[in-house]
Design a protein around this ligand. Structure first.
Ligand SMILES: [Zn+2]
Length: 362
């Protein structure tokens, strides 16, 4: 059985958008950001006031000039802007970042990100976003030059999506390759994952599963949950590499433990095909109880569509176990509910598993 449609569909689809908030940049700077702090403490006003105090310059200039300021005010500006950004007060964030955009490359970068994400004032165009990112890539001497590969990653995205520029797979690829290498700066993991998906698109010139495997491997070593899950899937179905169920279970388990719901779905599937029914049902029960996709996406930084796929797979397998009494007490009503849940979360994944079932493969 060399043709393996289910494996291909589960292991290699490129996320359609590759964009917007999916590869969230905000988590790349100030990882433990304000929002998390607020989530725990809820003292929004007090924090804002503290930051406003911090942004007051003590350098005795008549007119504040961030490039001349020698005190903490410039950092205060940045943190205050960041606070407004994290709390989604984009008008204010824009204003405060703008004040220091020539003194702090991070602020300029954030303005560019906001342009990309459509959080900028209305007169900012996608073209502006492109130009700003391009400008950042020339700041090799800046103290915050670590941002350059992130800008390169965005430029790759711009070309991939044709956002502010004419769509070009070749240019997307070359920007992502710059962002993904780690000789000058730390590599952008998202660029490595993006490249892996880029090479996994069938019927394109770039299609190359060796490259997909290489970049997923790099990215998962650097901590990408998405790539770890994808590696698991490739090993599980023998896509781009030989089938290795133990290796698959190893990758998927690691990814699952770190909250990748898609990986959990595949792990349930892997357990089921190995006839480890108790393991499969225990895990599936936990996943099929999940429902807050947005919160799960925020916490795991995984794509919502893949979280849905994970829940769909787990629900389907749980339904199958309930129907047959594998590893769990037979219950046909519950089984039907689980099949329905699977379909609701991802009709495609549900359909694939259904087809598989029809052909008595599982
Ligand atoms: Zn100052």
């Amino acid at each position: 059985m060399s043709a393996n449609p289910i494996g291909e569909k589960f292991s290699a689809p490129v996320p359609q958008a590759l964009g917007a908030r999916e590869f969230m940049i905000e988590r790349l700077i100030l990882r433990d950001n304000t929002r998390e702090l607020l989530r725990q403490n809820g003292q929004e006003e007090a924090i804002e006031n503290d930051l406003i105090t911090l942004s007051e310059c003590e350098c005795r200039m008549n007119v504040y000039d961030p490039t001349k300021c020698k005190c903490h005010a410039c950092e205060g500006h940045f943190l205050l802007a960041q606070f407004y950004y994290d709390t989604e007060q984009y008008d204010k964030a824009w204003r405060w970042y703008s004040k220091i955009q020539h003194a702090d490359l991070r602020a300029f970068y954030q303005l560019a990100v906001m342009c990309f994400e459509g959080e900028a004032p209305k007169d900012c165009t996608p073209k502006d976003a492109y130009q700003m990112m391009l400008e950042i890539t020339s700041k090799e001497k800046d103290p915050h030059s670590f941002l350059i590969p992130y800008a390169e990653f965005h430029l790759g995205k711009a070309f991939f999506q044709g956002y502010g520029v004419e769509q070009s797979d070749e240019k997307a690829e070359s920007w992502w390759l710059l962002a993904a290498r780690d000789d000058r700066h730390e590599a952008v993991i998202e660029a490595q994952t993006a490249l892996a998906f880029f090479y996994s698109r069938k019927n394109t010139d770039a299609y190359n599963l060796n490259k997909t495997l290489y970049w997923h491997n790099q990215a998962s070593r650097n901590g990408s949950l998405e790539s770890l899950g994808a590696m698991g899937a490739m090993n599980l179905f023998g896509i781009g590499t030989s089938k290795d169920i133990n290796q698959a279970i190893d990758c998927l388990r690691q990814a699952s433990e770190r909250g990748n719901i898609y990986a959990i779905g595949l792990l349930v599937y892997a357990y089921y095909t190995r006839k480890l029914f108790t393991k499969a049902t225990d895990l599936a029960k936990r996943v099929s109880a999940l429902n807050d996709i947005n919160e799960l996406s925020r916490a795991s930084c995984c794509l919502p569509q893949y979280i849905c796929k994970g829940i769909a797979i787990a629900s389907f397998i749980l339904g199958r176990c309930l129907e047959l009494g594998h590893g769990i007490k037979k219950d046909s009503n519950q089984a039907i509910m689980m099949y329905k849940k699977s379909f609701r979360y991802d009709p495609d994944a549900c359909q694939l598993l259904q087809d598989y079932l029809t052909h008595e493969k599982i």
